[in-house]
Design a protein around this ligand. Structure first.
Ligand code: NAD
Length: 293
């Protein structure tokens, strides 16, 4: 099992990330609760399809999770009372790498529970979206023991172009939530400005070009408006429900810290309302369609 890597959660991000590991020569054992997805990917990248999380634990020395949230991560790693978890079958020394955008406090709790079984956990969430997952150029933010992270850095760099260490376990998940708050606030601000400007009579495409040549530019004006929002394809591959979840995580962090964060709190509320109005499966770039609450 030297080079066998377990990969759990084969959705819009997990599938292309696992594909890049296969191309880099890693042997994969795959699991997603949607078995058709697991089987299709196993066929495409020559990996083995597992039928339970525990089966992954028995075969891999490193186990990556790319699941929606901490609840799903906990369920597959520790089991849920109905089914065994990966940790129940994993040999001592197995390294868990949670690349999902999870809740930092839950990540710390999970690390403690795994440590009692002599298993270790790294948080390694990613930024860059589906396009960079496909091209293997994600930014990977890491949290945990530096020596442990170093030991799997070739594996991480098969999925991303850079790894940045945020701090001890949970710090990367905290940083990911905070990054997505800043990103969501930028998208929301540009969306509001665009609606106001176009009612004033300014061409939306011209507005985006002016932002991009001026100080109002941000990642959304540079990468999302011309591609997904103006042509109304809304095909970024990152859902509104997952972005609202990230803002909830950032707001929880703010509450715990006691810091003054009125903009974050209002933003979290707005994105939650948008996810309720448009549905969690809408693309996050559809936020511009949310106009009333
Ligand atoms: P997704 O919904 O496309 O994929 C999630 C996959 O997990 C699905 O295939 C689902 O069947 C599977 N799953 C859910 N619960 C499970 C369980 N209990 N057991 C086994 N499988 C389960 O989501 P995604 O867009 O790939 O995002 C995954 C994570 O990455 C999220 O935390 C998200 O916030 C984060 N993220 C997403 C993007 C993006 O652009 N899509 C970018 C950066 C980070």
């Amino acid at each position: 099992t030297e080079k066998t890597v377990g990969f759990i959660g084969l959705g819009r991000m997990g599938a292309p990330m696992a594909g890049n590991l296969a191309r880099a020569g890693y042997k994969l054992v795959l699991f997603d609760r949607q078995s058709d997805i697991t089987n299709r990917l196993a066929e495409q990248c020559g990996g083995r399809a597992a039928t339970t999380p525990a089966e992954v634990g028995r075969s891999a020395s490193v186990v990556i999770t790319m699941l929606p949230d901490s609840t799903a991560v906990r369920q597959v790693v520790l089991g849920d009372g109905r089914e065994w978890g990966i940790a129940d079958a994993a040999p001592v020394g197995t390294i868990f790498v949670d690349m999902s955008s999870s809740a930092p406090a839950d990540t710390r709790g999970l690390a403690g529970e795994l440590q009692q079984r002599s298993l270790s956990l790294i948080d390694a969430p990613v930024s860059g979206g589906v396009a960079k997952a496909v091209s293997g150029t994600l930014t990977i933010i890491t949290g945990g023991e530096p020596a442990l992270i170093e030991s799997i850095s070739p594996l991480l760099l098969a999925m991303g172009s850079s790894c940045i260490h945020a701090g001890p376990i949970g710090a990367a998940h905290a940083m990911k939530a905070l990054n997505n708050y800043v990103s969501a606030a930028g998208l929301a601000a540009a969306s509001e400005a665009l609606r106001i400007g176009s009612t004033f009579g300014i061409d939306p495409a011209v507005m985006v070009d002016i932002f991009n040549a001026s100080t109002g530019r941000n990642n959304s004006t540079e990468n999302k408006f011309h591609q997904f929002i103006l042509p109304q394809t809304f095909a970024s591959g990152f859902s509104l429900g997952l972005m609202a979840k990230d803002l909830d995580l950032a707001r929880d962090l703010a509450d715990t810290s006691g810091e003054f964060a009125p903009l974050l709190k209002r933003c979290a509320e707005l994105w939650r309302q948008a996810a309720e109005a448009l549905g969690p499966d809408a693309d996050h770039t559809e936020f511009i369609r949310f106009t009333r609450n």
